[in-house]
Design a protein around this ligand. Structure first.
Ligand code: UT7
Length: 333
């Protein structure tokens, strides 16, 4: 029997309706469209406004989109993984609720968090389950309601983040398509530069913490930027070199959408033409765990069976890495 690899066989996505434009942000904090556009590439982002709806709301919608596009029976799903940095609650799994709501009643489920690298790391987990031969259908959902941890008075962060979700189905493939190689790394000394300090076990939520705004995401932008540029480029180059891939072998770069300048720098290091670089940061901003599946969903109709896609991400922790995947299907769209 030939070796089993883990292929993505369907994708789906959801973003909330409300559009937070740069122009609206100009009325909220001391910023302007020109600064945001030239420094980040972002024009607008989506925000989940409805009271009482959390990350699971986004995850369920993205999963349902995939299920209906694929014509999948949710009872066949073996595992549901929700990659997220903003779970519904501290002590009840977002994935368990999501799976029940979509009818994945035969699945076991869990949340996993590696900040902006959550979906990338989730791809590694999903692929491992498939390659082991133990499971046949893994639903990986990247979902974040970033607006729940953003201070809309802090211009350094509120202009960057948005809400959204994307889903991908992983299935066995015996034709050599799917995940080929991965290079994933972490450096915990980076956590002081990107964190939401309060609300965890180090500093539980107290009135004092809330008064200081410590429940919100904080980042030292320049330090994170430099580390992201270096490590995303370094990881992708390692993946290219050890798989003997030239720039002509690469069909697409699917890079975490944190800042257009970081994505451009990674593409430049790979010597990749701009038309091979997936980009939707202008529409959604940084949706943390959702950026990579939102890219796949937006570009699905252009992807061809056998296309070599290089994924890359960097985020809080620090966590980063690159994955090399061969696309497994031609879209009917
Ligand atoms: O997804 C997880 C990983 N996260 C990232 O990868 C994000 C990485 N960091 C970045 O993308 C960028 O560092 C930012 C977009 C956050 C900031 O861009 P920057 O070019 O690094 O700006 P800066 O922080 O160095 O600030 C430059 C200036 C400062 O003013 P002074 O000190 O030069 O007078 C800031 O106060 O821009 C000012 N500034 C703003 N001005 C207008 C900061 N935010 C804003 C703003 N509007 N929203």
């Amino acid at each position: 029997m030939s070796k089993i690899s883990a292929a993505i066989t369907a994708v789906g996505a959801y973003v909330p309706e409300y559009v937070l434009t740069n122009q609206i942000l100009e009325t909220m904090v001391d910023t302007n469209d020109e600064w945001i556009t030239t420094r980040t590439g972002i024009k607008e982002r989506r925000i989940l406004k409805e009271e009482g709806k959390g990350t699971s709301f986004l995850a369920i919608k993205a999963a349902q989109d995939l299920i209906s596009k694929k014509g999948l029976d949710p009872k066949e799903i073996d595992v549901v993984i929700v990659a997220t940095a903003t779970p519904d609650m501290k002590a009840a799994s977002t994935a368990a609720y999501t799976a029940s709501e979509i009818g994945a009643v035969n699945a076991f489920t869990f949340d996993m968090d590696a900040a902006c690298s959550s979906f990338l790391y989730g791809m590694s987990i999903a692929a491992g389950y498939i390659e082991s031969g133990r499971y046949k259908k893994i639903l990986l959902i990247g979902a974040d309601k970033m607006s729940s941890i953003i201070n809309y008075k802090d211009r350094a962060t509120c202009i960057i983040f948005g809400d959204g979700a994307g889903a991908a189905l992983f299935e066995p493939n015996e034709d050599g398509l799917g995940l080929q190689d991965e290079y994933l790394r972490s450096d915990g000394t980076g956590r002081e530069f990107l964190q939401a300090p309060a609300g965890g076990s180090v500093q539980p939520l107290t009135h004092e913490a809330i008064d200081k705004g410590l429940q919100y995401a904080y980042q030292e932008g320049r330090t994170v930027f430099k580390n992201a540029v270096f490590n995303m480029a370094d990881a992708t180059m390692k993946i290219l070199e050890r798989n003997n891939l030239s720039k002509d072998d690469v069909a697409w770069l699917a890079a975490h959408q944190a800042n257009k300048r970081i994505i451009d720098a990674t593409a430049e290091r790979m010597d990749l033409e701009p038309k091979k670089v997936m980009m939707n940061i202008q529409k959604y901003g940084n949706t943390t765990s959702a950026t990579l599946p939102l890219l796949l969903n937006d570009y699905e109709s252009q992807l061809k069976k056998g296309d070599n896609i290089i994924f890359a991400a960097f985020g809080g922790g620090f966590n980063w890495g690159s994955i090399y995947l061969k696309w497994a299907y031609n879209s009917d769209n």
